[in-house]
Design a protein around this ligand. Structure first.
Ligand code: FAD
Length: 322
């Protein structure tokens, strides 16, 4: 094994986020012969998370556990990961393009004095060279980037690069590294999370998004029902958030979340360019709108012209029959 790739995993409420497994697959796409070293940072026992990384393709895992790493801070996580990078001297680092990844990766890249390709959605091969594809101009175009020297440091957008099949028969070395975590200027006193119903929006495979056409907070109820039967999450346009039909945590678009589910159902959303910036890379887009001229139909794979309050109950009824 010539190359070595470090994959920085990420957990939420003690569970590894799926993008951690996608990052392992991405590292293997870059170099299928490379040794993949998973990294888990946190507090308490990280053994289960380490095993999960091995089941999804890591060859070995290094964990750093410290009471000061219970919640994410860029200083704490940065110190832990830099200590491992300094020991391991990897050819590459891969992590998710999540809120944490977006915060941490540029800081690590600057410490390592290397470049960074952020938000890659696919990796192609040109001979031995890896070509990273990333969206630009709010998803209206894609650029292809290569790394010519230094560490191959990449963040990948969740839900775009398929994780490998979980294989519980895999085994690998799990070691712990003790890091003296000092110099943390940020102290996280408490994390207050709004109660979110159902599946996490950024990792959902199915999203039902409502717009101003949903007309009220109550109008979102059928959307939640449809999300439940499809095992998906509910999102929203900024129009719906501004009108206080739902929380801004659900906003999708240029100034909201960027999502790439397998199925995106836009309900009562006109299709403003700022909304499309957050969802146009979804694999299949279905639009429900009573205006046949609505712009959302220009990017939809399937369109239903009709009143959402009639269409959604019919959809739920039909899906329940299957
Ligand atoms: P509308 O444009 O009002 O559309 C409502 C739609 O519902 C209409 O097409 C109508 O035909 C349909 N409708 C009404 N009643 C029914 C019914 N009963 N059945 C079926 N259809 C019905 N927007 C975002 O979404 N995300 C962003 O991140 C974002 N960022 C922005 C950043 C900037 C700097 C700016 C300037 C704007 C941003 N916007 C964003 C706002 C964006 O420009 C639009 O104003 C917004 O997306 C419109 O939301 P909407 O489609 O829900 O509402």
């Amino acid at each position: 094994m010539s190359d070595k790739y470090i994959v920085v995993s990420e957990a939420r409420d003690g569970e590894l986020r799926h993008v951690s497994f996608e990052a392992i697959a991405a590292a293997k796409e870059i170099n299928s012969d490379a040794e993949i070293v998973g990294v888990v940072v946190g507090d308490g026992s990280l053994e289960d998370s380490a095993k999960e990384l091995i089941y999804y393709g890591a060859d070995r895992v290094i964990s750093v556990s410290h009471e000061k790493l219970k919640t994410y801070t860029s200083e704490g996580y940065g110190q832990a990961i830099m200590a491992i990078v300094n020991d391991e001297n990897p050819s590459g680092i891969v992590m998710g393009h999540t809120s944490i990844g977006k915060d941490l990766s540029p800081k690590l890249a600057s410490k390592l004095e290397t470049g960074l390709i952020s938000d890659a959605v696919a990796i192609e091969k040109d001979g031995d060279q890896s070509v990273f594809i990333r969206p630009i101009y709010s998803g209206k175009a894609f650029e292809k980037k290569i790394i010519t020297n230094g560490i191959t440091f990449v963040t990948i957008r969740p839900n775009n690069i398929a994780a490998l099949e979980k294989d519980e028969s895999r085994s690998g070395d799990i070691s712990t590294k003790s890091v003296d975590v000092t110099d943390i200027r940020t102290i996280v006193k408490d994390v207050v999370r709004k109660a979110a119903k159902g599946v996490d929006l950024s990792e959902a495979n199915v999203i039902i998004a409502g717009g101003r056409g949903v007309k009220s907070e109550d109008g979102f109820k059928p959307l939640y029902e449809l999300a439940e039967v499809l095992g998906g999450a509910v999102g929203a346009s900024r129009g719906a958030c501004d009108a206080e039909y739902c929380d801004y945590a659900l906003q999708i678009g240029q100034t909201g979340k960027v999502v790439t589910p397998d199925l995106y159902i836009a309900v009562g959303i006109s299709g403003a360019i700022q909304h499309l910036a957050g969802m146009s890379n979804s694999k299949v887009i279905v639009a429900i709108n009573k205006d046949p001229e609505a712009n959302i139909f220009n990017i939809a794979d399937y369109g239903i012209v009709g009143d959402l309050f009639e269409v959604i109950p019919l959809l739920i009824e039909e899906i329940k029959k299957v």
